[in-house]
Design a protein around this ligand. Structure first.
Ligand code: ZN
Length: 218
């Protein structure tokens, strides 16, 4: 579990982005205006992958600090951004599924960045989080370190899904942090579909620009 002290060391009414302006919801009006929005959503295996923002500028800086410098409080800000997007698009899902990490990656990072976002998002949109149907069973190499032919092979059988009969017809929204090539989400979606789940879409915070696709890591 995450440590509450890690999450709360920024003053409650400070913008987490500029750390200067006051705000009542984690990001100030000036900062939110700087985030570049994306409207063309990728379709992966017939599933829509919503990506509200471009992986650039403040989104890129904050996401890196969140994942690699353990600045977990950003999880609250990202959850706010995704929940606001969810509500603005009138989306309607039954379950949020955080993209899982392998056990090795989890131990190394100390937390699953997608789980934390889902937990905060769930409180805002009242959709439960499910961490029991999708698992990462292979500790794959970072995609950006591999050649094009190695990338899809790397993710082969990386995930496993558990079939829970009463959930098979539920509308599932997988939540990930970053969309690069889409191979990872594709693998996760295919794995869930093979296990019998029928309605699956995905949402990420940032969509990488084509030129930065394989430089971002996970
Ligand atoms: Zn700000």
């Amino acid at each position: 579990m995450f440590n509450l002290i890690d999450l709360l060391f920024l003053p409650k009414n400070t913008c987490y982005c500029c750390k200067e302006e006051e705000t009542n919801d984690y990001i100030c009006h000036d900062c939110i205006k700087t985030l570049e929005k994306v409207e063309d959503f990728k379709t992966i295996e017939g599933s829509t992958c919503y990506s509200p923002y471009l992986y650039a500028g403040h989104i890129e800086t904050m996401l890196k600090a969140y994942k690699f410098k353990e600045q977990k409080y950003y999880g609250k800000l990202f959850a706010k951004l995704l929940a606001d997007f969810y509500i603005s698009k009138n989306l309607d899902y039954d379950i949020l599924v955080p993209l899982p990490l392998s056990r090795e990656k989890y131990l190394k990072r100390g937390f699953n960045q997608c789980e934390l976002i889902c937990d905060f998002m769930s409180k805002r949109i009242s959709v439960p989080v499910n961490k029991e149907i999708l698992f990462k069973v292979k500790d794959t190499k970072d995609q950006h370190l591999l050649s094009k032919s190695e990338r899809s092979r790397n993710l082969n059988s990386a995930f496993e899904a558990r079939t829970i009969e009463e959930l098979l017809n539920k509308k599932i929204l997988i939540v990930d942090d970053l969309l690069t090539s889409g191979y990872t989400l594709q693998e996760a979606i295919v794995t869930l579909k093979k296990a019998g789940y029928k309605n699956i879409d995905a949402m990420v915070i940032g969509k990488a620009k084509p030129e930065s696709i394989f430089k971002s890591g996970r």
